[in-house]
Design a protein around this ligand. Structure first.
Ligand SMILES: Cc1cc2nc3c(=O)[nH]c(=O)nc-3n(C[C@H](O)[C@H](O)[C@H](O)COP(=O)(O)O)c2cc1C
Length: 137
């Protein structure tokens, strides 16, 4: 029987902690390239210390990406916050939102809210709460 793809989407949300100083440009470049190739959408939030990522798409592709991400030494203590089948994508695209010291907090929050606007209430609440946390020391 042929594999059925695109019928059931998997969406995973996890948090993790950065190891050392993070080159977010390198993560962004690899993620953009791979996620476009694999049809993955979602949002990666970072403040340089922590990550919060939602990743969704065909289950096999999400699992393959997660296997690479889990093995990545640039972060540790990955904790899955939610993992569910979604009937349709909740994120139209893949994006990264990087919080840097000194930026406009309200404008940043608005940007994240726009990026998660289509997500389930629990996912929106997770990003909302995380982004409002003070910059971790
Ligand atoms: C917090 C974090 C999030 C990442 N997110 C993604 C991602 O969404 N997609 C991806 O392909 N790689 C992601 N990566 C990078 C992967 O761990 C891995 O380095 C990359 O997929 C390898 O790609 P390459 O074989 O094309 O070089 C992430 C890494 C970190 C530390």
């Amino acid at each position: 029987m042929p594999a059925i793809t695109g019928v059931c989407m998997l969406q995973i949300v996890y948090i993790s902690s950065a190891v050392g100083a993070i080159d977010t440009a390198a993560i962004l470049a690899a993620s953009r390239r791979n996620n476009a190739r694999d049809g993955l959408t979602g949002l990666l939030y970072t403040n340089g210390k922590r990550f919060l990522q939602a990743l969704e798409g065909d289950a096999a592709n999400v699992e393959r990406a997660l296997a690479r991400i889990t093995a990545d030494p640039r972060h540790r203590a990955m904790v899955t916050l939610s993992c569910r089948d979604v009937g349709a994508r909740e994120f139209g695209d893949w994006a990264m939102a990087e919080r840097v010291a000194g930026d406009d907090a309200d404008a940043f929050m608005e940007r994240v809210r726009a990026l998660v606007a289509g997500a389930a209430p629990s996912v929106r609440a997770t990003f909302d709460g995380f982004v409002q946390l003070p910059r971790a020391g």
